[in-house]
Structure formats: C-alpha cells, structure tokens
Design a protein around this ligand. Structure first.
Ligand SMILES: N[C@@H](CCC(=O)N[C@@H](CS)C(=O)NCC(=O)O)C(=O)O
Length: 362
C-alpha cells in the first residue's frame, strides 16, 4: 500500500496514536498538518467537523477516529496484528485504550494549558502562519489554541483539582517506570495496540510539550525512552507475554486509572440512558450529557459527562461478553484484582456506533 495521507499534527494527541501505529505497521503515508484554511477545504467538507487525525486512503476514502484508522489497516494486512488475538489481552487492550484516550486527557490538558500555554501557541502558530513573525505566529497560534483551551474546564481541571491531577500523573509515571523495568512494551517484548493508544497522551503533550517533556525526561527517563521507541514505530520483533497473561506490573496502573475513571463512566451511562429514553432511533448522540462528580489524586470536582468514552467502554465490554466461560472466569479474577468487577455487569444500552463520523445510536 502506498500513498496514504494522514492529516495530523505533532501537537495533536490522537495524531501520535495513529502515526505510531502506521509506522509500526510499515504503512507508507505522508503526514500533512492542516492549516486553518485546509481544515475548511479538506477536513470540513468530508468529515463535517474540525478534527484530526483524518486518514485519506489511496483510493480517496476518508477515515476518522484512530480506532477506525487502525482497524482499516488491520483488516487488510497480515501479522503481526496490533490487537492481541487472545481474550484477556484483548480486553486489557480495550481498557488501556479507554484510559489512554479518555482519562489521561486530564493530565495532558492540565500540563499543556497550565504549564506550556505560551509555548504551545508558538508551536500552533508555526503551522497556522508559517511565514509570519514570531509575534504573528503567536497570535495565529492563540486563535487555534483557544478552542482546545476551552476544553479544560469541561475536563474538571480547576485550581482545586490541579494538584490531584498532578499527583495521579506522578503516580502513573512511577508505576509505569516500574513496569518498564521488566518489559519494554505494555504487553510484552513487542509493541501492540495498547502502546499506540498510550502514545496519545504521552507523546504530544507529556513528552513533546517543552516543560512537561523536561519533567518526564528528568523524573521518568524510562517512560521518555519508551515514548521515543513507540512513536518511531519500533517493537515489531518480540512477543506478547505467553498464555494470555497480563504482566503483574500493569495492575497498579489499571487499578488507579479505572478507579478514577469508572465512577465517571457509570454516572455518564446513567445520564446517557435518561437522554436515550426520549431520543429517536439512530439519532446522533450529544457530545455531553451534563456534569458529574469525579475524583483524581484525592481531589474532587465536576467533569463533563462526555458520551464518546462510552463507545470505548463498549468495545471493552464486547471483548468481555464474547469470552468463553473459562476465559471469562480468568477475566473475572483479573477484574477483581484491579477492583473493576463492575465491568462484568455493565451494558451500553442502547448501543452506540459511529455514523457520518459522529457518535450515534445503533
Ligand atoms: N476519538 C477521536 C478523537 C480525535 C480528537 O479528539 N482529535 C482532537 C485533536 S488530538 C481534535 O481535533 N479535537 C477537536 C474536537 O474534539 O472538537 C480519535 O480517536 O481519533
């Protein structure tokens, strides 16, 4: 396969996830960082809303959403498969994707907007106004960045919760460094889907943003080395851990992250069900259904009940539901070990899908 285009950016969370996967898979592609003008002419007419990354395939098909980009190639290419082919590792992969895509946005957005704001405006500006003076670039970057900065309060990041966000992130760095003492990738000696997902929060914001990146390299150098390996597409040789086992060193990470994220998902699910009672079949789903309480790093606040994470949760629940009884028994023991037994009884009802690049009822 040759000649795919990835509309993405070095500064973008989900572009890193797609880029790491495409490199690892050996897909030939050109990455183009869309200027504000190109967002209007290339992205909006095809996708309907301003978002990256977007893949334009050699035959002119547009694919948006990193999970869809990965599955587009996975269904057309051979081994190694990004997604583990064994049941418990597949479930854990979807749980890591859920955390990486939807919960680690908190530290990513906090550090970018509370510690790197002026710097990131300059970076956005290099793309928005490539021929401008540094001042012009700063202003152009600010115009682009304001939209993303606007997501910060919706993620519950306030002066009260910020110390909790930092505490949870520091704990993650310590736990993940301990894992990397034992294994070079999340699920073995080769990279897999979960690693690409984790590059979302870890590359653009936590590694590449100037001040946060310095912090990572100083306090968690093994995590910084990992980010470099995965974003470069390394980790093709090697194996996933045998017997569908999950490395014990991942348990503290899953326990801590799901411990914070699951209560928000449960509260969101309740709100979503209430909304769905009066919604028309197959209708688009609103991006948020109100605000719900949350806790991170011991600090309490209110966070938007975003609906998209329910789609990522649905993937994890499907992986659990299709298990054979013997695998489900192992999965139950695993969920107990990470205090996430609630997952075994959960259903997204009505089910979610994506239609016209938007979240919708099935
Ligand atoms: N779930 C999507 C998320 C894509 C996404 O949120 N991209 C960000 C940039 S990293 C964006 O463009 N957001 C615009 C918005 O959410 O309105 C994926 O996995 O691709």
């Amino acid at each position: 396969m040759t000649g795919h285009t990835l509309f993405g950016s070095e500064m973008s969370y989900f572009s890193g996830k797609a880029r790491a996967y495409l490199r690892w898979k050996g897909i030939e592609f050109t990455e183009i960082a869309p200027s504000p003008a190109m967002m209007k002419t290339e992205i909006m007419p095809h996708i309907g809303w301003p978002v990256i990354p977007v893949l334009k395939t050699t035959d002119g098909k547009y694919v948006q959403d990193t999970a869809d980009i990965i599955s587009y190639f996975e269904s057309r290419t051979g081994t190694p498969k990004a997604l583990p082919q064994t049941p418990l590792q597949a479930l854990v992969t979807y749980l890591i994707q859920l955390i990486a895509d939807e919960w680690m946005t908190l530290p990513a957005m906090h550090y970018r907007w509370n510690h790197n704001e002026d710097w990131i405006y300059g970076e956005f500006g290099k793309n928005a106004a490539p021929d401008g003076t540094p001042e012009e670039q700063y202003e152009a970057g600010k115009a682009v960045g304001q939209r993303f900065k606007g997501f910060v309060p919706m993620l519950g990041i306030t002066p009260e919760t910020a110390p909790g966000v930092e505490k949870a992130y520091e704990q993650f760095l310590a736990d993940f460094s301990a894992h990397l003492d034992k294994l070079p990738y999340l699920l073995g000696t080769r990279a897999s889907y979960a690693d690409f997902a984790l590059i979302g929060p870890l590359y653009a914001h936590q590694y590449r943003d100037r001040f946060t990146g310095k912090h990572m390299k100083r306090t968690a150098p093994k995590v910084a080395d990992y980010v470099e390996r995965v974003i470069e597409g390394h980790g093709k040789a090697g194996e996933l851990v045998p017997h569908d086992d999950i490395p014990a060193s991942l348990l503290p990470i899953l326990k801590a992250q799901l411990g914070e994220c699951l209560p928000v998902l449960l509260a969101t699910l309740e709100r979503f069900k209430e909304w769905a009672e009066t919604a028309e079949a197959k209708s688009d789903v609103p991006r948020g259904v109100g605000m719900v309480p949350f806790t991170t790093g011991g600090k309490e606040g209110m966070i938007a009940a975003r609906t998209f994470p329910l789609l990522r949760l649905q993937d994890a629940l499907d992986a659990y539901q299709i298990m054979l009884p013997s695998d489900r028994k192992r999965a139950n023991a695993f969920l107990k070990a990470i205090d996430a037994e609630a997952i075994s009884a959960l259903r997204i009802d009505p089910r979610l899908t994506r239609r016209n690049y938007k979240l919708a009822l099935v």
